[in-house]
Design a protein around this ligand. Structure first.
Ligand code: COA
Length: 153
């Protein structure tokens, strides 16, 4: 595995020493900064540096979410997210859920995820979906949050 534009890439389970890098990458990416326990993460490493992250996040209702997918800007477009998504899909049995901005529906669609109607969402993500989209509506933000599911295959 390797990106054309940089040093070779390794995908591995995160270790305690990766926590700082995981938190920094997620914060810089501007995505949900909560629930970033390194024990659930896999990371992409290149040149001794963490360049990409992803995790499977369990919810209280029993559902599991593919979350915290981020790649540092300098390494985007090299297929790193693809490797992280496929690796997380291999490590988890379906169904797997995720939340994303509408503009990323096409990305996750490539990996078999499909958008859900409210009634199809597990309770925890349905609640999150309602709250976040309520806030976005009040702020007149043009985009909405989607909940998607992968059923395997
Ligand atoms: C979204 C993100 C993780 C993609 O990482 P990446 O390593 O550049 O993605 P890849 O190069 O692995 O692309 C994988 C596939 O998704 C497609 N893709 C990538 N970004 C996309 C986008 N914004 N919209 C639609 N498709 C996209 C690629 O074309 C590629 O498809 P292909 O393999 O069929 O050609 C990265 O841009 C990022 O970190 N963004 C900021 C954080 C974020 O928004 N995370 C998602 C939270 S839900």
């Amino acid at each position: 595995m390797g990106g054309a534009a940089g040093p070779p890439m390794l995908i591995r389970r995160a270790a305690a020493g990766d926590q700082r890098a995981i938190t920094a990458i997620i914060r810089a990416a501007g995505i949900n900064p909560t629930g970033l326990h390194w024990q659930r993460f896999i990371v992409a490493e290149a040149g001794g540096r963490v360049v990409g992250t992803g995790q499977i996040k369990p919810h209280g209702d029993g559902s599991r979410e593919l979350a915290s997918l981020a790649v540092i800007p300098a390494r985007q477009g090299e297929g790193i997210a693809r490797v992280i998504i496929c690796s997380l899909q291999r490590s988890a049995s379906p169904p797997l859920y995720l939340t994303c901005a509408e503009r990323l529906e096409g990305l996750y669609g490539r990996f078999g995820f499909q958008s859900l109607a409210r009634a199809e969402m597990p309770p925890d993500l349905r609640r999150l979906h309602r709250i976040i989209n309520g806030v976005l509506r009040v702020l007149r933000y043009p985009e909405r949050l989607l909940v998607m599911r992968w059923d395997g295959g």
